[in-house]
Design a protein around this ligand. Structure first.
Ligand SMILES: Cc1ncc(COP(=O)(O)O)c(C=O)c1O
Length: 444
């Protein structure tokens, strides 16, 4: 890898210098760990459409597109214009405003389970609030989640994210966290049923319809249906974490795609049109518990706030522009699905042709390439990714090689946006071909 690092250093001296400065101020030089990759990340200066440019002037076709938030691509004119107009009026008021009502109405119109909506600033807040609403509704404590499920950095759900799924996910978590959060394997209906049935204190189950950070793995419909039935039987709440799949898998997210309605959903990313957002949405009955008019007594309401900057008019304007565009261009989802499918069908081929065992997971616009340890295995859940694939090769070697060829990926791929073209996809596949050849030769 040393020659590979050297090639990267040669093209990114300004990023290297910035990283050295950053490390003196910010541990690791980044504020979100996922943005670090060895030897150091490039630092971005500008972006447009499907492209980003770093401080050294290198251009990348961007498949990370703002942590998958930018479904319209970078700086889409419709979103920019909405933000420009809002800038004149103000960016943060800390008051109720028309934008929040309009965005809530838009969410209600488009997301099947969204009888009521509460906004926050991040997805992690939304999942934390969703867990609290489930606990508040049922008077019980335990939330079950899928192994490999990533629901943000909220303490409540920071269990069983990374293989082997038993160890604490972080220092600084309460010692007894696993008494309030348990796990079951993704796409294993039997194990999930058993876990749900045996948990006496079950408040809810949270699941991503497509496991994102856990491997880009689509749920089987039957698995989600099992979760729906088993939670109903236990009077517990089913929560879909749709922070990736919302407004991406379909206008109404995974719940529209799979035709399964959860009681609650956490939304984020696309909903903010590129600005910080989260939302917990769900049945009127459950969400009504968060109504401030229930009074201050903690035993009468679920206290959730949304935060100082929640519903700031700039985010509301960007969110309305983005979701409004998608509502008016429903054909977007078919097109993104076709581009994603094309990538999934072809991306592993150059590696397989050269004897490098790979497979591509994903659904709709989402794709991830995995390097398999054994031939012919199928990746169905996060344990498979951990046990059967070489994820470091994906995260480090593949990533850096693609970066050196002007392609930015995360976890071996990730997502296409409205701004991505057939030419971009062809460029990705050509770059993969070059990278596969480099890997076959074992060249630096
Ligand atoms: C599925 C899922 N849930 C929750 C989150 C947390 O969202 P945020 O980063 O906005 O806090 C993420 C972020 O990547 C996510 O992918």
């Amino acid at each position: 890898m040393s020659g590979l690092h050297e090639a990267y250093r040669l093209r990114s001296p300004s990023s290297q210098a910035l990283h050295q400065r950053a490390e003196k101020m910010i541990p690791g030089g980044v504020s979100h760990s996922i943005r670090y990759f060895p030897p150091y990340p490039f630092y971005v200066r500008s972006a447009r459409g499907s492209r980003i440019w770093d401080v050294d002037g290198n251009e990348y076709v961007d498949y990370w597109i703002g942590h998958l938030a930018l479904i319209l691509g970078h700086n889409h004119p419709v979103v920019l214009e909405a933000m420009r107009q809002q800038l004149e009026e103000g960016v943060h008021w800390g008051t109720a405003n028309e934008g929040e009502v309009e965005l809530a109405e838009l969410v209600h119109r488009t997301v099947p389970c969204a009888e009521a909506v509460k906004f926050s600033n991040t997805g992690a807040e939304a999942t934390m609030y969703a867990a609290r609403v489930a606990r508040g509704c049922t008077g019980r404590s335990v939330i079950l989640k899928a192994e490999g499920g990533w629901h943000g950095f909220c303490t409540d759900l920071l269990v069983g994210v990374h293989g082997p799924f038993q160890k604490p996910e972080s220092l600084g978590l309460p010692k007894n966290l696993d008494s309030t959060v348990g796990t079951f394997p993704f796409n294993d209906s039997e194990a999930a049923s058993e876990a749900i049935r045996k948990e006496e204190d079950l408040a809810g189950v949270i699941v991503e319809p497509v496991l994102g950070a856990g491997g880009g793995i689509a749920a089987d419909r039957e698995f989600l249906q099992t979760l729906r039935e088993e939670t109903e039987a236990r009077d517990a709440l089913l929560i879909f974490d749709e922070i990736i799949t919302g407004f991406r898998l379909a206008l109404g997210g995974g719940q529209e795609y799979y035709r399964i309605k959860p009681d609650l959903a956490a939304l984020g990313k696309v909903l903010g049109g590129g600005l910080p957002i989260g939302a917990v949405v769900g049945t009127r009955e459950a969400m009504e518990l968060t109504n401030p008019r229930r009074g201050d007594r903690g035993d009468l309401r679920v206290s959730i706030g949304g935060g100082t900057f929640s519903c700031n008019p700039l985010t509301m304007a960007a969110g309305k522009a983005t979701v409004g565009y998608l509502e008016q261009h429903r054909e977007t989802f078919d097109r993104l699905g076709r581009l994603g499918e094309d990538i999934r069908m072809k991306l592993a081929n150059p590696f397989l042709d050269r004897g490098l065992m790979t497979t591509c997971t994903g659904l709709g616009s989402i794709f991830q390439l995995h390097f398999l340890k054994e031939e012919g295995v199928t990746i169905r859940n996060a344990a498979d990714v951990y046990d059967l694939t070489d994820h470091r090769r994906r995260e480090e070697e593949l990533k850096l090689r693609l970066v050196n060829h002007g392609v930015y990926t995360m976890h071996g791929g990730l997502g296409v946006s409205v701004a991505h073209t057939e030419d971009d996809v062809a460029h990705l596949l050509d770059s993969a071909d070059v990278v596969a050849e480099e890997m076959r030769r074992g060249s630096d």
